[in-house]
Design a protein around this ligand. Sequence first.
Ligand SMILES: NC(=O)c1ccc[n+]([C@@H]2O[C@H](COP(=O)([O-])OP(=O)(O)OC[C@H]3O[C@@H](n4cnc5c(N)ncnc54)[C@H](OP(=O)(O)O)[C@@H]3O)[C@@H](O)[C@H]2O)c1
Length: 410
Amino acid sequence: MSVKVATPLSGLGFPSSNTPKYMNGDTQVLVPSKCSTYTNGSVPRKISEYITLRDGTQMPRIGLGTWKSSPEDTKDAVKVAVKAGYRLIDCANDYNNEHVIGEALQELFKEGVVKRKDLFIQCKLWNSNHRAAHVKEDLMASLEDLKLDYVDSFVIHWPQAVPSHGQNVAVRKSGTYIDHFSKGTMMPIQDNGYYSWDKECHYMETWYAMEDLVDEGLCKSIGLSNFNLTQVREVLTKAKKHLPSVLQNESHPYLQEKDLRDFCRIHKIAFQAYSALGSFDRPWKKAGSITSGEPITGHELLDNPIIKELAASLEKSPAQIVLRWHLEMGGTAVSKSVRAHRIISNYGVWDFELSPSDLSKISDLNVGWRHLLWAETALHFDYPFKDFLPWDYQPGKPDLKALSVGPKPT
Ligand SMILES: NC(=O)c1ccc[n+]([C@@H]2O[C@H](COP(=O)([O-])OP(=O)(O)OC[C@H]3O[C@@H](n4cnc5c(N)ncnc54)[C@H](OP(=O)(O)O)[C@@H]3O)[C@@H](O)[C@H]2O)c1
């Protein structure tokens, strides 16, 4: 293999930290060697496995995603990931598996694989609990499931207080299912079948309640997810005690979000890409969304000919090419898999680099394809992705089958 080593690209990301690769020191890990030498004797450009958040906390750049991971699969996935070197687990109460992640973490601690302080656990405030009085209760329910007494990062999952009937906290009882609001579900609909929403609750009220949770020691840092640039700017401007550390938004080579990434870098917010590999298993691929069907390029991301060609020439998998691209962009990423060999190989992104010519080819794949629109909530004032909707889009009723996750409580 002959690889031309690129000169470091300037201005990409935050200053790298001096954090040791494995904060747990003596733990045995299954990761490939981090700094192999090319046949021409040069070494690939090193990218730190950690990024420094604005409060000095070290956040791993690559994390394991857990959306759509069934409770049966999730425990092993988390254990394999941590043993393979992952230190960030991305959780959310609507993924219906935080209780299993809690079991996996306990086993990892008992087996001596890692200590709590070596992990970075992120969870999310669900939309039905945006009111100040509900924010702490939402986090406490996640902490109970995760069997932890704090999380490293707690992010507002979506900006719109949708759906909510605005009176009672709604936490996961079983699956995350769409039902009439009288059932206390996390995804309530009104009598007419449309989403209900809480128009009287704004995310700044939510943010101020999140700030208090940092002071209480229940989360180390707070952040945002699915906020557009204007909304992030509003939080930066109006925050009273703590600024957002992380923005977790959809991004991959088909939706590169270069302006948003630059904005985050300038304002010291770590950009964390979700659906980093293009979300092949997105539930609405077949039906239930205006983005159902193939991506507008005609290829699923990991089947894209350019990605496959780069993978073949660098002797890497398409997923490793895409994850390395996230790193080369100065960002961080969470990707999901429940298969041990993929989880392990997806972490093997430290021993090669993409040349300027490789990066330029991937740059050309940016077509603005956003798969997660949640368009049925678009009438809400705080809906973040209006620019991505067709000009004549009329929000409809949610497709109950396509969007419910896990079983209803009996
Ligand atoms: N904040 C939010 O609103 C939000 C929204 C979406 C996602 N997220 C977070 O981001 C995480 C990642 O996003 P995502 O789950 O949408 O999708 P993703 O990570 O982009 O893609 C997951 C899909 O890729 C497959 N895959 C993984 N590694 C592979 C490999 N090496 N080769 C071929 N296929 C591979 C997985 O299949 P297998 O599992 O079968 O391997 C799965 O079908 C989520 O799990 C969640 O934690 C957050």
